[in-house]
Design a protein around this ligand. Structure first.
Ligand code: NAI
Length: 329
């Protein structure tokens, strides 16, 4: 199949070219996919897109008119696709439901440990020959109560890792996990999770029901000095409310790999630009905030798995017109 990649980075080109045993015809574009760039896909049977491409009705209509039949997401989330419009236009949407939940789960720990042990600050100090320990007093994870919201593939691993650190683990989900219950972890409602957790980590999808699940009301119910970690989707957090929570010292630490307005910032080198998002820039000045640019998934194993599953999704669709990893409404 002829496949147009949007938003493609060097690592995408490398992993997809190396794993393309099926001989698909791959074109790599660095542009983000949106209504203005969609014409580039003309004559391609499929487009391969990522989390920050904008697949609204207009973009999808241009793709369909240009002969595209398949939207192959090289990610798990699909909240950036208008699924109703895709269905109306006869476009099939497929995704990579899982590629390495461990990659994201381990990044949660990287964020918590870096915040708790202040390793970014220590690293910079030592490089400058400053061996003072002032301001480096850390916290321990052992003995903390951790609240995991969403215990799917990633959340379940996160829960087990924290259990291994000697934490009490609470979780909230629309489903119950017999596996986690058997390990002594407790299913609770969000209210109890907010009331009792020292660390709250988000692993549910971004849906209407979960949009701003962390807002000022939720923060008001949390323990003082709470740690909030979001590696899921930016829209789960009301950033303004979290900013206020940091200023009032209600929130002790914030670690985020995703940001509500990241479409305009993340995945690009903005180091020579003036960043216009004042809220984001203010967050970067807090010593107790650690932000990474949506890299939780980015491991060698995950890239290989993403390429393998995406290419096999495309082949399956080419052969059968269907795909087991199809996203349906
Ligand atoms: P999953 O689909 O396996 O699990 C999601 C869980 O959330 C399910 O157990 C579901 O029942 C639960 N859930 C749904 N609605 C809920 C609600 N209202 N309250 C509480 N729980 C609810 O998804 P997976 O693979 O574990 O991924 C979780 C999220 O991580 C994805 O939605 C995606 O946004 C994000 N992600 C981030 C990456 C990164 O690089 N930062 C990479 C991969 C995924």
């Amino acid at each position: 199949m002829k496949v147009a990649f949007f938003n493609s980075k060097k690592y995408d080109k490398k992993s997809f070219t190396e794993r393309n045993m099926q001989g698909h015809e791959l074109s790599f574009f660095e542009y983000q996919l949106h209504e203005k760039s969609a014409l580039l896909a003309q004559g391609h049977d499929a487009v391969c897109v990522f989390v920050n491409d904008r697949l609204n009705k207009e973009t999808l209509s241009i793709l369909a008119e240009g002969g595209t039949k398949l939207i192959a997401m090289r990610c798990a989330g699909y909240n950036n696709v208008d699924l109703h419009a895709a269905k109306d236009l006869g476009l099939t949407v497929v995704r990579v439901p899982t590629y390495s939940p461990n990659a994201v789960a381990e990044h949660v720990l990287a964020l918590v440990l870096s915040l708790y042990r202040k390793t970014p600050r220590a690293y910079n100090r030592v490089r400058e020959g400053n061996f003072s320990l002032d301001g480096l007093i850390g916290c321990e994870i052992h003995g903390q109560t951790v609240g995991v919201i969403g215990i799917g593939k990633i959340g379940e691993i996160v829960a087990c890792i924290f259990k291994g650190f000697g934490c009490r683990v609470l979780y909230s989900d629309i489903d119950e996990s017999a596996f986690l219950n058997a390990q002594g972890m407790e299913k609770v409602d969000n209210e109890q999770l907010f009331n009792e957790s020292d660390i709250i980590t988000l692993h549910c999808p971004l849906l209407d029901a979960t949009h701003h699940i962390i807002d000022s009301e939720a923060i008001g119910k949390m323990k003082d000095d709470v740690t909030i970690i979001n590696t899921s989707r930016g829209g789960l957090i009301d950033t303004q409310a979290v900013y206020e929570g940091l200023k009032s010292k209600k929130i002790g630490h914030l670690g985020i790999d995703v940001y509500e307005e990241k479409g305009n910032l993340f995945f690009e080198d903005m180091s020579t630009e003036i960043i216009m998002d004042d809220l984001f820039m203010r967050l970067t000045t807090f010593p107790n905030v650690l932000i990474t640019g949506h890299q939780a998934f980015l491991t060698t194993r995950a890239l290989k798995n993403i390429a393998d599953v995406t290419l096999s999704n495309i082949s399956e669709f080419e052969k059968t017109g269907d795909c087991e990893n199809q996203v349906t409404l």
